[in-house]
Design a protein around this ligand. Structure first.
Ligand SMILES: Cc1cc2nc3c(=O)[nH]c(=O)nc-3n(C[C@H](O)[C@H](O)[C@H](O)COP(=O)(O)OP(=O)(O)OC[C@H]3O[C@@H](n4cnc5c(N)ncnc54)[C@H](O)[C@@H]3O)c2cc1C
Length: 435
């Protein structure tokens, strides 16, 4: 058996892991960063990310009180963590820049990781945005004496005298023990673990598509729960409705609708109904040119998306296999309510900015795509993992998509995966060194 020891051990080399690793190494600690993949930069969601650095849809430099109120309004945030996140978002962007990570500002407050580079088209993701950012962080990590070990899979937390003192796991089939004063779990969420998705999101949610890394199998969450950590907000995920090869309040936005559908009995059965005006508006535009991803129109139709159209709503209903009278009645009720400003009194009340739908009509078969899970190990504002009684577990920290307590809620509650990773990576890295 191999034994390795360090002051701070970081498990999972995504954006949260690299951030925590650099922050801890900058403070003079002896730091080891491991990843189960053989990749030089891990193999996490960050390598697919578009690079939008938003804090709850706002600039990361927004006044912390405004950010705090925005997140807490969802009703599922934990105050100590949300306060620390709000107060660290601005500093996190400055820290990234000072660490050599290139950041673009397309308009005041609209911050991105460097957008130049290639796009993968099916599935669609940015190829080098995350890679470039992690390369810079890795360079800095190595400069400060950090050790990066690929192909090491953590399996179990080591606990002695009520204190976490590292992990045991495997490297090339051999057992390995990594001992440390402080351990940070940054293994991403559990979106790629169908069992956990079923258990925590919905009994049929394993039928959702995965929109992210296959490595995010909830290992950190499982290890932490096994030693008594508290896990929160597990039913929420960030994701989108995506083409598959209802009736809900769409006004809450795509993320909320994807969550609702994932918890239904017919996860793959939904059809998005819209009209010509909406389809025309989804054409290549300045935004899709800016972020260099294809606009739905005509990309979906050209790439086998199950999209149908008809002059009459009854004709569309027949094609998509739903009851013609019911769809016609639903559409008529909806249009009447929009025209008379009575959307709140519909059987399913509508919020947002609903608009009248006019022929020809379109139907697109959709399925929720899970990008990453929002819930996880509850941490406090210092990044410490908490027990069921919300007291810290000595020696254990968590960061990034492995945590819970910041995101989730009825309207989606998305605060930004990248900002969560950098901010909680900073909090965990800085505080783990002080242990
Ligand atoms: C297509 C796509 C686009 C996105 N676009 C954006 C965006 O524009 N803006 C935004 O804010 N967010 C975006 N996100 C979300 C964002 O990328 C993530 O929230 C963020 O990268 C999470 O970072 P992380 O470090 O927590 O996890 P990850 O980047 O997923 O890294 C986790 C790492 O842990 C490793 N690991 C897992 N288990 C173990 C184990 N047992 N032992 C050792 N290592 C392990 C994995 O191999 C992986 O390298 C996007 C995600 C996707 C998939």
């Amino acid at each position: 058996m191999t034994n390795i020891s360090s002051d701070v051990l970081i498990v999972g080399a995504g954006l949260a892991g690299f951030t925590a690793a650099v922050r801890a190494a900058e403070s003079g600690a002896n730091v080891a960063l491991i990843d189960k993949s053989n990749g030089e930069l891990g193999d996490g969601n960050v390598l697919m990310a578009s690079g939008s650095l938003r804090a709850g849809g706002k600039s990361p430099r927004t006044n912390p009180n405004e950010l705090y109120d925005f997140v807490m309004a969802e009703g599922v945030g934990y105050p100590d963590l949300v306060r620390a996140w709000s107060e660290t978002c601005g500093r996190a962007v400055d820290w990234l820049i000072s660490s050599g990570v290139k950041v673009d500002e397309s308009s005041p407050g609209r911050v991105w990781l460097d957008q130049s580079g290639e796009v993968s088209l099916a599935p669609i993701y940015k190829k080098d945005v995350g890679t470039r950012a992690l390369s810079k962080l890795k360079e800095r990590f190595i400069k400060f004496g950090g050790h990066y070990l690929s192909g090491v899979e953590a399996e179990k937390l080591l606990v002695e005298n009520d204190c976490v003192c590292g992990v045991s796991g495997t490297k090339s089939g051999e057992t390995i023990e990594l001992r440390s004063r402080a351990t940070i779990l940054s293994t991403g969420g559990f979106s790629a673990n169908k069992e956990m998705v079923k258990r925590y999101i919905g009994p049929h949610a394993d039928e959702c598509k995965l929109r992210g890394s296959k490595q995010d199998t909830g290992d950190g969450l499982r290890m932490a729960i096994a030693i008594g950590a508290k896990a929160v907000n597990l039913k929420y995920f960030y994701g989108h409705l995506i083409s598959r090869k209802a009736l809900v309040d769409e006004g809450r936005g795509d993320v909320a609708v994807a969550n609702e559908l994932a918890r239904s009995e017919d996860v793959t059965g939904a059809v998005l109904v819209f009209d010509q005006e909406s389809w025309d508006a989804a054409k290549d535009d300045a935004f899709s040119n800016l972020v260099k991803t294809p606009a739905p129109n005509p990309w979906l139709a050209d790439n086998d998306g199950e999209i149908f159209s008809d002059q009459a709503v009854a004709g569309l209903a027949k094609t998509i296999g739903v009851d013609q009278d019911r769809l016609t009645a639903t559409l008529n009720d909806y249009n009447r309510a929009v025209e008379s400003g009575a959307c709140h009194s519909l059987r399913v009340a509508r919020t947002g900015k609903p608009k009248v739908l006019r022929a020809p009509f379109y139907g697109l078969r959709v399925v929720p795509g899970i990008t990453f899970t929002m819930g996880g190990i509850l941490v406090n504002g210092r990044g410490q993992a908490l027990k069921e009684n919300e007291h810290p577990i000595s020696g254990l920290y968590a960061a990034g998509d492995a945590i819970g307590g910041l995101m989730g809620g009825y309207r989606g509650g998305y605060t930004g995966g990248l900002m969560q990773a950098v901010v909680t990576g900073i909090l965990a890295g800085e505080n783990a060194v002080r242990l």
